[in-house]
Design a protein around this ligand. Structure first.
Ligand code: NAD
Length: 464
């Protein structure tokens, strides 16, 4: 079998002489990545990488996904910089030992925990936010004092190539590497004994990653997807609701893991809601979204065909126009697709929004809870009782009330799925913890060494 090092060399993907993880293991073993100062230096260098190359990043994202400059700043560049700043600000306090109370029987003594880095992490990214989805886990791995290999998605080719070019220029080369490639290269990487596997992508590959991590008994975080429902209570502020739904659904042309996958609404509100939704789509993307530079493109023709096929035989009430050559699909709204349709069976991950109507709020909650647990769940409501019921009944990675994807802006909120939408979480302190081992320490005093615990045991001792 071809070695990762050979593959990378032949394809001229990376300038490193050694791409095997051995070098990173050796670096980690020296202890160089552990001090606070090294972590700060690397985080600062990464921030500099982003700031000094923001134009190149914008260009790569535009090449891969037709992303607008504003969207690239909001969801990839600015997002990553804010994350690094947050880590720099709080790293010192995260690295401090945490005091734990000590029971009477072990006193005098003290107990505490220390977060120690796991070692060498493998970070595998997806193509939809191809920069941010490897940088944010890298920030967490770095802050926690690990070495890491990052493997960007091969589908977002321009961003992957840019990362492979920039990372060696800015970061500690003996601690961080970019390895480019697809299935074959990832398969080889997965065979190597990393100390942590962090994967973002679809469910099917998630199972492969988890099986690989099991071979090494290494911890794994799976950031997967799913069908995130968006419930609209017809009696709430619909003007604001549609604005936020259009924003969350059609940013990145619907290719967002937490985008509202479909809308659920009571039958009686359908006409009013859909009218407002369509008006808002036109307002945000104009009558000709194909001419609108704020509107992105589908990653490749395979995914574009997949999405176009979803539309066959469906009741399209807005949009539907597409151009496979340009990887373009209009913002599209479909009503009442069958439960058995591909649109309702698979994660859409594109610019098509189905609306499903049901008779009551109770039916809506039953509908969601009968499905696999989603990565996110949204509810727009002004009804406190319904809000509480939604939070209580719906199990999802995250819940956002009265908005959509915006919850990701809060770096302090742990982010990750549950059930088939993933396992493990990251962002902020949670990311630091994800790449750390919480080591327990107890220190005993030599004083008061009670004889009762030592053999030979006797009734007399117990009475003392
Ligand atoms: P993808 O095709 O880019 O694959 C993800 C990664 O897996 C890539 O790096 C790829 O090279 C690698 N890979 C592909 N096939 C492989 C194989 N057989 N063995 C080993 N590695 C392999 O991305 P995708 O799977 O199309 O991603 C879309 C999914 O990701 C959606 O379900 C989406 O919701 C989810 N997603 C989740 C998050 C999150 O943060 N939870 C973010 C973005 C996307």
């Amino acid at each position: 079998m071809q070695k990762v090092s050979e593959t990378v060399h032949q394809a001229n993907f990376s300038s490193h002489r050694e791409t095997n993880i051995d070098e990173l293991k050796r670096t980690f073993a020296t202890g160089r990545t552990k001090p606070y100062q090294w972590r700060v230096e690397q985080l600062t260098a990464l921030k500099q990488l982003i700031q000094e190359n923001s134009n190149a990043i914008i260009l790569a994202l535009h090449t891969d996904l037709g992303k607008s400059e504003t969207e690239s700043w909001l969801t990839e560049i600015g997002y990553s910089i804010a994350d690094i700043k947050g880590n720099l600000k709080r790293l010192k306090s995260w690295m401090k030992p945490t005091k734990i109370s000590t029971p009477m029987i072990t006193q005098p003594g003290k107990s505490y925990t220390i977060s120690e880095p796991l070692g060498v992490a493998l970070i595998i990214g997806a193509w939809n936010y191809p920069f941010q989805l490897v940088i944010t886990p890298l920030v967490a791995a770095m802050a926690a004092g690990n070495c890491a290999v990052i493997k960007p998605s091969e589908l977002s080719e321009a961003t992957s190539a840019l990362l492979a070019k920039l990372v060696p220029k800015y970061l500690d080369n003996a601690a961080f590497k970019v390895i480019e490639g697809g299935k074959d290269e990832t398969t080889e990487l997965l065979a190597q004994p990393f100390d942590k596997y962090f994967y973002t992508g679809g469910e099917q590959v998630g199972r492969i990653v988890m099986a690989a991590a099991a071979q090494h008994l290494a911890p794994v975080t799976l950031e997967l997807g799913g069908k995130s429902p968006c419930v609209v209570d017809g009696e709430t502020n619909l003007d604001v609701a549609v604005r936020r739904i259009v924003w969350g659904k059609w940013m990145n042309a619907g290719q967002t893991c937490v985008a509202p996958d479909y809308v659920l609404i009571e039958e009686k509100y359908l006409a009013d809601f859909s009218q407002r939704l369509i008006a808002e789509i036109k307002k945000q993307y104009g009558k000709e979204p194909s001419q609108n530079t704020d509107y992105g493109r589908i990653i490749n023709q395979r995914h574009c065909s997949r999405l176009i096929n979803y539309l066959e035989g469906e009741n399209i009430i807005h949009g539907g126009k597409h151009n496979l050559d340009n990887k373009f699909i209009e913002p599209t709204v479909v009503i009442q697709p069958a439960a058995s349709s591909a649109l309702m069976q698979e994660e859409i991950f594109g610019p098509i929004l189905p609306i499903i109507t049901l008779k009551s709020k109770l039916q809506i909650l039953d509908f969601i809870t009968a499905k696999p647990k989603p990565l996110a769940a949204y509810v727009f409501t002004s009804n406190a009782k319904f809000e509480a019921e939604f939070i209580e009944r719906v199990s999802a990675g995250s819940i956002c009330i009265n908005d959509t994807n915006i919850f990701l802006v809060n770096h302090d909120l742990p982010f990750g799925g549950v059930g088939t939408s993933g396992m493990g979480q990251y962002h902020g302190k949670c990311g630091f913890d994800t790449f750390s081992h919480t080591k327990s320490v107890m220190k005993r005093s030599f004083k008061f060494d009670a004889a009762i615990r030592y053999a030979p045991f006797s009734k007399f001792k117990l009475m003392l």
